[in-house]
Ligand binder design. Structure first.
Ligand code: SF4
Length: 240
């Protein structure tokens, strides 16, 4: 069966097993784990998984990225009598990852609304010996209407409103030859474009969520209070 013909993949259903047993078939291995569900990609996507493993076992940049990421994952815990305990924040994960990869020059693609947090990140990264370059999403100061956005679609119609330019943010980082780029709160979609146009590998430190203080998982825990998310969401622009 080709991957495209496989039944819908539902790793999400293993969340119940993982919560109950603290493991899944894939995390524990066949012998020590619970049974694989019928749609498990370990069973149905063997060819894709096999070729990806070949890539990861090689000497490519991707293989190195994956190995260093796994080392950082291990270092992020300390061993205690009660078992592994998480010890590093994501800021520390990012520092360790950059250092183990041998990166020196860090680009930061920041949202205007995260400039203060970005200044704090710059101070941390520079204290750790990295060279930093931060570029705001509004660099170029171009009105949204100049890139095809209707005035009525602005947050405050009728006045100047700068367009985000993630392609420029990536292009500037590319021209500077950054080794690693960090996203600080770019909008959904603008982050997509930045990822697409960045030459250097990208990691995200802050995921923008305007309502939850940049904690996008919050509504997923909200249950009763976010019942509206289970009903079709009205997006006015679809009706225009
Ligand atoms: S890979 Fe298989 S065992 Fe792992 S979460 Fe997905 S369905 Fe479950």
């Amino acid at each position: 069966m080709s991957p495209a013909e496989a039944a819908a993949l539902t790793c999400s259903n293993c969340g119940v097993v993982n919560t109950k047993l603290g493991k899944t078939n894939c995390s524990a291995g066949d012998a020590a784990g619970p049974p694989r569900p019928g749609s498990c990609p370990t069973s149905t996507q063997g060819e894709v998984i096999g070729s990806a493993l070949e890539e990861l076992r090689g000497d490519s940049e991707d293989a190195r990225l994956a190995r260093v990421a796994a080392r950082v994952e291990g270092l992020a815990y300390r061993q205690t009598e009660e078992g592994p305990q998480a010890r590093w924040t994501r800021v520390e994960d990012t520092i360790a990852f950059a250092r183990l990869m041998g990166y020196r020059k860090i680009g930061i693609a920041t949202c205007l609304g995260l400039l203060e947090e970005t200044a704090r990140l710059v101070a941390v990264l520079e204290a750790q010996g990295f060279e930093t370059h931060s570029v705001c999403c509004k660099a170029g100061s171009t009105d949204k209407t100049e890139v095809g956005v209707e005035d009525g679609a602005k947050i405050r119609p009728g006045g100047f409103e700068a367009a985000c330019n993630p392609i420029a943010q990536a292009g500037i980082c590319n021209a500077l030859g950054t080794d690693l780029n960090i996203i600080m709160g770019l909008c959904v979609g603008h982050d997509t474009l930045f990822n697409k146009h960045s030459d250097a590998p990208v990691t995200t430190l802050v995921v923008k969520d305007r309502v939850t203080g940049h904690n996008p998982a919050a509504p997923l825990y909200g249950g009763h209070y976010y019942r509206r998310l289970k009903k079709p969401m009205r997006v006015e622009a679809e009706e225009a």
